[in-house]
Ligand binder design. Structure first.
Ligand SMILES: Cc1ncc(COP(=O)(O)O)c(C=O)c1O
Length: 407
């Protein structure tokens, strides 16, 4: 027996003695390498944060205004309810189903620490009822999807999504794969601005997928991390709204990290769409039980900022305007890069002009990515993903020069 103050039992080694190093995160791990790179003209196109023309990730003016209101009005830091505030739930319902009282009645909202938190709760929710369920993720996808659902104890499989030669969605192959989805499985769909390909389903395709999932009795987990960064807030919510209307069971995982620039505040929401208000309420009781054991209750500041902005017509209008600036800049960069590539007859980064959101798959091999890093101090994720929003008008030619030199 070990007595207090005696320290670990060196004979048996202890739990930590058997710990092996975790593999570095495929995206965040590169940040360390980038920081250590001494080259002055280095360019980081890896991490998924928006950068303005000066390379900063700014705080939105509407966020500053909401924060000022929060500081002036706050009287306590006591815990929030498990699912967050009623105001937060109301504004999120309005975002998902604007002006549609019947649909809103069968939605339940839980504020979550970012989109990652919402996805984790969705995974735990599925596991708590169907531990043998499989979660289907797109090939390719945001790498965290696999880890999140695997860590919930669920089996994770992929469905085909992207044709790299044509930079389009392999919709027929996707539909074919859905035939293997079991009744209690979940299919993770990117609500818009697919990460990493930038290629989204059309409205008609969303409806088709929704019908299949409803027919198979599967859960649609709609990962909605980028609404407002593609074509517009309304336009980018098309897929999510089609899925909610489809008759499929839906767990929508919203993030306000990118579209409100709230990254580190951890602002997100899990929205469950049931077939009736009663069913949604029942599922919400499970959602709350899951939250209670993971993080107990959500962050106050994130919830108040989102609720304040979305509930105020004035701040909401300001948000829309600031978001439009971000979106226009990203779309301008897409057009600028596509024009530069075309001007030099360079068949690289094929989906640049047609894609939506911050990301594109360049099609570069791992070797080429490493060469770009070594020879030009340009950092991409090893699967060839680039964050377009970290380019500027000035760095586009330098990036394309480096691509040209690879050939
Ligand atoms: C596809 C996708 N889903 C979810 C998230 C999670 O975002 P958050 O930072 O809000 O957890 C991200 C963030 O990069 C993402 O790209």
């Amino acid at each position: 027996m070990r007595l207090p103050g005696q320290g670990p039992n060196r004979e048996t080694g202890g739990v930590f003695a058997d710990v092996t190093p975790a593999p570095p995160d495929p995206i965040l791990g590169l940040g360390e390498l980038f920081k250590a790179d001494p080259r002055a003209d280095k360019l980081d196109l890896t991490v998924g944060v928006y950068c303005d023309e000066t390379g900063r990730t700014p705080v939105m003016e509407v966020v500053r205004a909401a924060q000022a209101q929060l500081i002036a009005a706050e009287t306590s830091k006591t815990y929030q309810p498990i699912a967050g505030s009623a105001t937060f739930a109301a504004v999120v319902k309005e975002l998902v189903a604007p002006g549609d009282a019947a649909t809103q009645a069968r939605l339940e909202v839980a504020q979550a620490p970012g989109g990652t938190g919402a996805l984790t709760v969705a995974g735990r929710l599925l596991w708590s009822t169907y531990p043998d369920a499989t979660v289907w993720i797109s090939d390719p996808t945001w790498p965290n999807h696999r880890g999140i659902f695997a860590d919930c104890g669920l089996e994770v499989r992929t469905y085909p999504y992207y044709d790299a030669d044509t930079a389009t969605v392999r919709f027929d192959a996707l539909l074919e794969a859905l035939a293997a989805v079991g009744p209690h499985d979940a299919v993770v769909l990117h609500g818009c601005c697919h990460n990493p390909t930038g290629q989204d389903l059309t409205a008609a395709q969303w409806a088709q997928v929704g019908a299949v999932l409803a027919e198979r009795g599967a859960l649609a987990i709609v990962d909605t991390a980028y609404i407002g960064l593609g074509d517009g807030l309304e336009e980018d919510a098309t897929g999510l709204r089609a899925m909610v209307a489809s008759g499929a069971d839906v767990a929508a995982c919203l993030s306000f990290s990118k579209n409100l620039g709230l990254y580190g505040e951890r602002a997100g929401a899990l929205v469950v769409a049931g077939h009736s208000p009663e069913q949604a309420e029942l599922v919400q009781s499970r959602v709350k039980a899951c939250i209670r054991t993971i993080y107990s209750n959500p962050p106050i500041t994130a919830g108040v900022i989102v609720a304040t902005i979305l509930a105020s017509p004035e701040l909401r209008a300001g948000w829309h305007a600031e978001l439009a600036e971000i979106r226009d800049r990203i779309n301008g960069l897409r057009a600028g890069l596509a024009a530069e590539l075309a001007g030099r007859n360079l068949d690289r980064c094929r989906g640049t002009a047609t894609g939506k959101g911050m990301f594109a798959l360049t099609g570069l091999t791992r070797d080429e990515v490493l060469r770009l890093r070594d020879e030009a101090a340009i950092y991409l994720v090893e699967n060839g993903r680039m964050n377009l929003a970290a380019l500027t008008e000035a760095t586009i030619p330098r990036f394309v020069d480096a691509l040209e030199k690879l050939s």
